[in-house]
Design a protein around this ligand. Structure first.
Ligand SMILES: [Zn+2]
Length: 258
């Protein structure tokens, strides 16, 4: 399995990071992707990736951290992206749920990082919260604007029709803990039914968004196995097949040799 979105650098894991990684490896996780969220954590992320051959990272500024950036922030994102373990630009996007940053600044920082990704020929990891109407025109235009441009909508929480339109453009759909929820989950079940297994990336977004039965607790990569089991159930395939397919999707997406 490949956890394509885990914030293993955050202080939530400072006490037991190595044990968390070991637990995931014992649960057959072979690869991990840590998305960047702000410049100050990048050194720590790179340290973790250099200590673990199977952990990779993305370089980027999260929309919640897009205010008060240093003037040369984009140069730093570019420099970090030159590291051999960097496989994407992310996580980038728009977030109107938490009002941490004015919308025009978020959109500008997002647009600049999309340009950077096409410049460096890297896929993008997209964060979007209650801002799809502003994000979608920018993202779809970007994907269509050049050959081989790749994006994943991480923690996708829209609807089946929006998922279908994204998949049509080759965009991947990131699925995590909320897909296991038991109550009021018809919308996500419909998304799982609509999106072909080829377009699904498995993720936790840990320490956030724990799957059932860990909802409310700190999330960790090993728990993504519960989300994978739900995907397999909805798709009517074995967990082994769901694992092989989603892991293959992720290796291909991030251009990592197995
Ligand atoms: Zn994230």
């Amino acid at each position: 399995m490949f956890d394509t979105h885990c914030h293993l650098d955050l202080p939530d894991f400072d006490e037991d990071r190595e044990a968390v990684i070991r637990r995931a490896e014992e649960a057959h996780f072979s690869h991990f992707m840590i998305p960047g969220i702000e410049l100050k954590w990048m050194g720590k992320i790179i340290g973790i990736c250099e200590a673990h051959p199977n952990i990779y990272f993305a370089s980027g500024i999260h929309p919640n951290n897009a205010s008060d950036l240093v003037p040369d922030w984009a140069d730093h994102v570019r420099e970090n992206a030159a590291h051999p373990k960097c496989k994407a630009i992310g996580e980038i996007g728009v977030d109107y749920y938490r009002e941490y940053c004015p919308h025009d600044i978020q959109l500008d920082v997002f647009a600049k990082q999309l340009d950077l990704a096409s410049d460096l020929d890297l896929p993008v990891i997209i964060h979007c919260r209650t801002a799809y109407e502003d994000l979608w025109p920018m993202l779809s235009t970007w994907v269509k604007g050049g050959h081989g441009r790749k994006a994943v909508l991480h923690a996708f929480d829209e609807d089946a029709e929006k998922a279908r339109l994204a998949v049509e453009l080759g965009i991947k759909i990131g699925m995590g803990g909320p897909y296991t929820y038991k109550k009021k989950n018809e919308r996500r079940i419909e998304i799982m039914q609509t999106v072909d297994i080829e377009s699904i990336l498995l993720e936790t977004d840990c320490p956030y968004l724990s799957p059932i039965p860990h909802r409310g607790e700190r999330n960790e990569p090993a728990y993504a196995a519960l989300t994978l089991a739900k995907i397999a159930e909805i798709k009517g395939i074995s967990i082994e097949e769901a694992d092989a397919r989603t892991t293959g999707n992720a290796l291909d997406f991030f251009n990592i040799k197995a």
